[in-house]
Design a protein around this ligand. Structure first.
Ligand SMILES: [Zn+2]
Length: 286
């Protein structure tokens, strides 16, 4: 299928929901890469929208597709509609957080992946910004099930990057420890100040820094409020900086671009580090 151009310069993003089955049937099976943004609606402190993770995964996928269209125009990049679903049980004592079981996440990934694979498509990228292990367990189990059953390659690029501490290694030098910025803190507030400044409540400037180790076994299964996180954030939102947000956003875009090309070129897919996989395996479906 020919890519339509809007103004001659920018290539139009192909959205699956805008195509007819006829047009989809005309796509080259070997040369089409699908992007599925999948993140829950989840409270992000008193200052950020519940769609923070969903917006970021969707917008980064759109930017990645724009770059890929220029970098390798012989391939087709198709954006699927964003699915506002994920596992975020620890955040449900705040209104607006919607959590589903990891099994639901698994079934969504398998259903989307197998529906594409049954028609011969070969490449799917799951774009998520939500790094909860229970959510990733759903995604990775769904990916594995799909790839065991069908001739399709599916990958989730951000988890392996995030959990191998690549952000800390590559980010601009800062005078504080960003590895403690776990939820709606410096990083995500910076992101939203860059992407959606009008959705960031000015109160972020006055929020105290709050730190918790959310990976420790003692806190597993507890909700944010049970951990004394009354406002629903972990980190230092007041430090937010739109320039850092731009860097962080572009970093995500670059990770998506690289993964898409690696996926297409048959290279080894990024995987989660061992310790995360072990935690994931030990976790019961909730
Ligand atoms: Zn988030």
């Amino acid at each position: 299928m020919k890519k339509k151009t809007t103004n001659g310069k920018e290539t139009k993003i192909i959205k699956l929901e805008e195509l007819s089955w006829k047009q989809i049937d005309e796509l080259d099976r070997e040369k089409s890469i699908f992007f599925l943004p999948l993140s829950p609606l989840e409270e992000h402190g008193p200052h950020l929208p519940v769609g923070t993770d969903l917006f970021t995964s969707q917008d980064a996928a759109v930017e990645a597709i724009k770059i890929l269209n220029k970098k390798n125009p012989s391939l087709s990049y198709i954006l699927l509609p964003s699915i506002p679903v994920g596992y975020c049980k620890f955040a449900v004592d705040f209104p607006g957080s919607i959590s589903v079981s990891g099994k639901v996440v698994r079934d969504i990934v398998f259903s989307v992946g197998s529906s594409l694979a049954k028609h011969g498509f070969k490449h799917l990228i799951i774009c998520t910004y939500h790094m909860a292990i229970g959510h990733l367990k759903g995604i990775y189990t769904g990916m594995k099930k799909t790839m065991n059953k069908y001739d399709i390659r599916v990958c989730e690029p951000w988890g392996p990057y995030f959990y191998s501490n690549e952000v800390e290694k590559r980010e601009p030098k800062l005078d504080f420890d960003t590895s403690k910025e776990l939820h709606a803190g410096f990083r995500e507030t910076s992101l939203m100040k860059y992407q959606y400044p009008y959705l960031v409540d000015e109160s972020y400037k006055k929020l105290q820094s709050i730190y918790r180790d959310l990976c420790s076994p003692r806190v597993l299964g507890k909700t944010f409020k049970q951990l004394g996180l009354e406002d629903g954030y972990v980190g230092s939102p007041a430090r937010a900086d739109a320039d850092y947000g731009r860097w962080f956003f572009n970093e995500t875009v670059n990770v998506y671009v690289k993964s898409a090309l690696d996926l297409y070129n048959g290279k080894e897919l990024p995987d989660l580090p061992k310790n995360i996989k072990l935690t994931m395996r030990a976790l019961f479906w909730q």
